[in-house]
Design a protein around this ligand. Structure first.
Ligand code: PHE
Length: 452
């Protein structure tokens, strides 16, 4: 059997898995989707999905990965030999491919902003000027493609050199630093005039704002931020030693993730309302709002740069995981192949992502189902492919892994597992699949049809 390289410590694994989870999803995507989908009510539904649906799935993926110590396809083959269940892994690989193609576009925006920060171009503008600057940046074909390329090149380089090498070490410093900077922005944001309206928007759930889309987006968002449904967490936990507790790791990742999303919302919404901006500005929200907040802090540009660098780091650690799962399947532990496939796949992803990069500029009038290419790719991943992968995993785990094996995996490493096993099993076997199916029926209008 191939013996996998293992994480050097439990903390290393948690940091790397949390690194995959915490990224653009919580920091950039969560605030703007909350902004377009009803604010407080979205936050509430997002948290419910994350705890009741996302967490059981995360534990499920950890069990698949750690019990087999194999990659996203071989693990399913081992647990369900001579069947087609490994389709789940293939679907996850396809999803990560598309996901990274537009994820890298946003990564590119961050890189360009870091560069602009160093050249002084981000100093002392007004909120309108920041908006214009960002609009110009992302609509420039050269800048956006170049940024995207650079982001992919860094991702490829790190993944091509193997999994544990640098990621763990860097995470230990970067994550706590990100928390601290968030606190700083939040303090400033909350002390701006008129900021309380933003707090109210973000924290006070208004039930009348619930729509089918709010629920669908909250579900997609919870999968997106936790990196579940695509077998990334299967791959990462295949490097995890048997001594560690799966539920403890999963719970800490979920808690950190919710915390970062809430911090991002607290940083952004008070400022949005104080500056008289619109919360539903979409993907540009964070880039328009945060520089203005930093501008109101003494030495703000230094903090802004620090924030952008940490933000980049968070995006990169997620991007690594997306490329890692594909390369792990292709290279099968052979280092020379790892190098080769990282570059081939990474460059292919870059090419496939170019239309997304152009969709804020020269190709902004190309629409797919009334959405820009970028938004369409995101919709496909977040609202269709991730839930489909999640549904299949929720069916697979209770059906194809024996109860004894599940109990053993969940309880090895700590006593927590035994206590939560029954609840977890009920959630993953019944609640998770039922909820996903109901959300879809709702989106398809089935309930409206019968309620009419
Ligand atoms: N969770 C990551 C983020 O929030 C995105 C991601 C999704 C990464 C799926 C890997 C797999 O940015």
């Amino acid at each position: 059997m191939e013996q996998k390289e293992q994480w050097s410590s439990k903390l290393g694994f948690i940091l790397a898995a949390a690194g995959s989870a915490i990224g653009l999803g919580a920091i950039w995507k969560f605030p703007y989707v909350a902004g377009t989908s009803g604010g407080g009510i979205f936050l509430l539904i997002f948290i419910l999905f994350t705890l009741l649906v996302g967490l059981p799935l995360l534990i499920g993926e950890f069990i698949i990965g750690r019990s087999t110590q194999k990659d996203a396809i071989e693990s399913y083959k081992e647990l369900a030999p001579n069947s087609s269940w490994h389709f789940i892994g293939r679907l996850g690989i396809f999803t990560c491919f598309i996901l990274l193609s537009f994820y890298s576009v946003v990564g590119g925006w961050i890189l360009i902003y870091i560069y602009k920060g160093f050249t002084g171009a981000l100093n002392g503008l007004t909120e309108v000027q920041y908006g214009t600057l960002f609009g110009e940046t992302i609509s420039s074909p050269f800048l956006s493609i170049f940024g995207q390329f650079l982001f992919m090149a860094i991702t490829i380089y790190v993944v091509s050199r193997g999994v544990t090498a640098g990621i763990e070490k860097a995470s230990q410093f970067m994550m706590p630093a990100l928390f601290i900077l968030f606190l700083l922005i939040i303090i400033r944001s909350l002390t701006l005039e008129g900021s309380m309206k933003g707090l109210e928007f973000f924290l006070n759930p208004d039930l009348s704002k619930i729509t089918s889309d709010t629920i669908l987006f909250a579900m997609g968002q919870s999968f997106f931020t936790l990196s579940v449904g695509v077998s990334v967490m299967v791959t990462y936990s295949s490097y995890l030693s048997k001594k560690e507790s799966i539920p403890q790791s999963a719970i800490s990742i979920v808690v950190m993730n919710i915390l970062v999303a809430v911090l991002a919302g607290l940083a952004i919404f008070p400022a949005v309302f104080s500056f008289g901006l619109k919360p539903d500005a979409g993907p540009v929200l964070l880039f328009n709002v945060l520089p203005t907040v930093f501008n109101q802090i003494p030495f703000g540009i230094v903090f802004l740069l620090a924030f952008l660098i940490l933000f980049l780091f968070a995006a990169l650690t997620s991007a690594f995981s997306m490329l890692e799962i594909i390369v792990a399947v292709l290279a099968k532990g052979d280092d020379s192949k790892r190098m080769k496939y990282s570059w081939i796949i990474g460059l292919l992803i870059f090419v496939v992502g170019v239309p997304s990069a152009l969709s804020y500029g020269v190709w902004s009038d190309v629409l797919i189902f009334k959405k820009s290419i970028f938004d369409a790719a995101d919709y496909l991943v977040s609202n269709l492919l991730l839930p489909l992968g999640a549904l299949l995993i929720a069916i697979f785990v209770p059906m194809k892994i024996s109860k004894e094996r599940l109990v053993e995996e969940i309880s090895s490493g700590s006593s927590v597992g035994k206590k939560i096993f029954a609840t977890w099993f009920l959630l993953i076997k019944y609640l998770v699949p039922v909820v996903i199916v109901i959300v879809y029926l709702d989106v398809l209008g089935v309930f409206d049809y019968f309620l009419k």
